[in-house]
Write a protein that binds this ligand. Sequence first.
Ligand code: ADP
Length: 491
Amino acid sequence: MDDMSQASNLGLSDAGLLKTGAYIDGKWVEAVSGETFTVDNPVNGDTLATLAYCGADETKRAVDAANAAQPAWAAKTPKERAKHLRDLFNVMMANQADLARILTLEQGKPLAESMGEIAYGANYIEWFAEEAKRIYGEVMTQPSPDKRVVVIRQPVGVAALITPWNFPNAMLTRKIAPALAAGCTVVCKPASETPLSALAIAELCDRAGIPPGVVNVVCGDTRAIGGELTSNPIVKKLSFTGSTQVGKILTEQCVGTLKRLSMELGGNAPFIIFEDGDLDLAVKGVMASKFRNAGQTCVCTNRILVHESVKDAFVEKLLAATNALKVGNGMDEGVDLGPLVSAKARKTVDEFVEDAVSKGAKVHEGPSTPNGDCYSRPLVLTDATRDMRVFSEEIFGPVAPVFTFKTDEEAIQLANDTEFGLASYFYSKDVARCWRIAEALEYGMVGINEGIISNEMAPFGGVKESGQGREGSHHGLDDYLEIKSLTFGGI
Ligand code: ADP
């Protein structure tokens, strides 16, 4: 089937946004091998589209195209690059409804969340369109009377961007936008579960007049594409969002060419409620942070730690809120949680629950789900303990385990007892405690009386095994820029 007839099945108002080839040097191409793979709807397993299954050859061509395009892209004035990004922001928002539809169909999240993700993803493009004009240098103090030292910042070069399936739009825009603003060109490899959103972004880059070769997208054989991106010496930087496990593999693969790395990896977010915390606010925060995207975000609450004196009151409110959730097809009105991305993902979540129950956790089942292999029932686990897998591993599903603590010290100790360090949250009205706890949490991000912490203005990223580098804010540009010092002598 050609792109147009595939698109008509998806109900897009602009059929041209469904792309099934690789986007290399401004052209849509098939795989050299002629092989294909399918993208399926997690609601029912229906095939949404059949795509070119690319490998190392196509990736190498994409890298060469990015390399050829990079000098001219970097030579544009910041204002010119900003204009391209601004145009991309505009076409993305003009096509928000279709992009959200593609996203829900391939990923499963409710349409309202997908609309939100497109706007959130576009915000990064708007932000870095503005930041492109503020890549400043420095004049340093002079080392001797006849010398002057100046610092300029230059693009790293060709960047490889590998993204996951949980935010198929925004995880890519928050890499593409700073890369392009800095003067880098990119080769993107989206997750095989959700490549249609990335291909639609490539189409919009084309419509926004971004020159051929500046943005390239290749989908297909993950290992072959990843192998080429990490070993090709032309690629100077890898920015990856995904699991810690794969992040470590890719880091090892980059050793041979010592690439610059940005790694946004897994999390194990604690959500602490102190005895003086506002319980209603905390439940609101936990619902947003735990159940958004059916629990499949790297900043999702993984462990609820509640002071023992307020546990019963908190759990009662949490159960009421959880029971009010509606699970269903993300395309239907009023749905809060769609299916998980795959049947495998659902099975993994089931195993977490079985493990917790076998070790004494009590299950409070939330709303029922429609039939379907990928649906996971939202639930709360009380009497959770440290020996359970839900304490130490990332759940990535709608399961909310509740642990208790007695003192601030114990809360901090529990919160930090993990190799991860991405997002954390806590609720208290005491200003002194807020400072103490915020400083003691070994995390890259802390929500204080707030469950939603990600936006283009705040630096996003982790410490420990949650990764390195920051996305968003003016710091987001640093990952794509080299510092060069110029020493002038004979003055
Ligand atoms: P998730 O748990 O979110 O699926 P993964 O780390 O498995 O996270 O995948 C994130 C991204 O990394 C996806 O685009 C996936 O295809 C890609 N990926 C997984 N394994 C490799 C690999 N060996 N080489 C390159 N990319 C990989």
